[in-house]
Design a protein around this ligand. Structure first.
Ligand SMILES: Cc1ncc(COP(=O)(O)O)c(C=O)c1O
Length: 373
């Protein structure tokens, strides 16, 4: 059977190494996973109670319109229900947007070291991926992205993905640069601007401008949200999209009618109502980041201040070797060589005691793995 070169060359998304696998491989009892930007608090207690109360209904198909969840999102996030789409994680929405708006041979445009799912989904759809260079401080260069769009009309760029904050760098874009980007590209009818806001609840920079607040002013701006991070529901697979009605109409045509299961919908509604949990989740991350910054500075390791729930830091070592060394100590971090970052690791904020153990393991690793020049 003939298979296209894009599929044959596709490097699949590599998720964080699972705890059970690490326990098996290294014969360890205690393993801490700070590798997948998950919420260390577990799901919201309100979500757990709502799921338990719904178990008896699971012989029924889920509501294909996600009515209750969309109504709840509409009231909590102050957006019209007619502009809310729901997906099996925001990853599914990324995948479907590419399939809806790009034909094989068209392009998506993003930055180097932007969240890798855009690339994987595009390649699977035989869509080309254009990437502009990162700035030296690892921020995304919005001007370079807009310039690339205008300079390369034959690339047929249909979608521009801006993860804000970005994973794995934790950096944000904003200010005059964002305004100019929107002046140049906003309201065009030949390209969609997709702001992936998986981590905005963790942003502490007071100047940050959320697309979820301004997307309505544009006919071509889409916002992606996830319930996997601050809402603590990664295992349920639940994501949302805020977008103009015409985009939603196409999305709802293409998606599987039962793409979001009932327990995910129920959990999402309950989590949106759990303000205490949300605040605790933010506080755990902010405290954890401040702790990491203090300790990484003490260890003389460069890090990039993060507006998300993880921090990228430079081990000054081959990151694979550092990663393997930490695995043996029961600490799973995330290598990011697939983003072109050879000596850095990404570390998610965990429980306070996990954060301490991670730092202790890193301190020991520094004495065991040689520095690279
Ligand atoms: C920037 C960004 N967007 C989207 C996602 C995917 O989230 P979901 O779990 O909703 O598919 C992630 C997950 O890590 C992410 O970092």
């Amino acid at each position: 059977m003939k298979v296209s070169a894009e599929i044959l060359n596709l490097v699949p998304y590599k998720p964080g190494k699972p705890i059970a696998e690490t326990q098996r491989e290294f014969g360890l009892k205690e393993v801490h996973k700070l590798a997948s930007n998950e919420n260390p608090l577990g799901p919201s207690p309100k979500a757990i109670a709502a799921i338990q109360a719904s178990l008896q209904q699971q012989h029924r198909y889920p509501d294909p319109s996600c009515y209750d969840l969309i109504q709840k999102i509409s009231s909590k996030w102050n957006v019209p229900a007619s502009q809310v789409g729901i997906g099996n994680g925001s990853n599914e929405i990324i995948d479907l947007l590419i399939r809806i708006f790009c034909e094989p041979g068209d392009s998506i445009l993003t930055s180097q070291a932007a969240f890798v799912a855009y690339q994987v989904c595009a390649q699977a759809a035989r869509v080309k991926v254009r990437m502009t260079p990162l700035r030296d401080d690892l921020t995304i260069d919005l001007k370079a992205i807009a310039d690339d769009f205008f300079r390369n009309p034959t690339a047929k760029t249909r979608l521009i993905f801006i993860p804000n904050p970005n994973n794995p760098t934790g950096t944000i874009v904003g200010g005059a640069e964002l305004s100019e980007f929107l002046v140049r590209l906003g309201n065009r009818d030949d390209v969609l601007l997709i702001f992936d806001e998986a981590y905005t609840e963790y942003v502490r920079d007071s100047h940050f401008k959320e697309a979820a607040k301004f997307y309505k002013e544009y006919s071509n701006v889409i916002v992606l949200k996830t319930f996997s991070k601050v809402y603590g529901l990664a295992g349920f697979r639940l994501g949302a999209m805020l977008c103009p009605e015409y985009v939603l109409e196409l999305y709802n045509r293409v998606r599987n009618p039962f793409n979001v299961n009932d327990l995910a919908q129920v959990a999402g509604v309950a989590a949106l109502d759990d303000e205490d949990y949300l605040k605790q989740s933010q506080k755990a991350v902010w405290d954890g980041l401040d702790y990491f910054y203090k300790e990484l500075s003490r260890l003389n390791l460069k890090f990039w201040p993060s507006e998300a729930n993880f921090v990228l830091f430079d081990t000054k070592r081959n990151a694979q070797e550092a990663f393997q060394n930490l695995l043996k100590k029961g600490i799973i971090l995330r290598p990011v060589q697939n983003y072109g970052l050879q000596t850095q690791l990404r570390m998610t904020v965990g429980h306070a005691d996990e954060n301490k153990k991670a730092i202790a393991a890193i301190e020991k690793m520094l004495t065991e793995v040689p520095e690279v020049g």
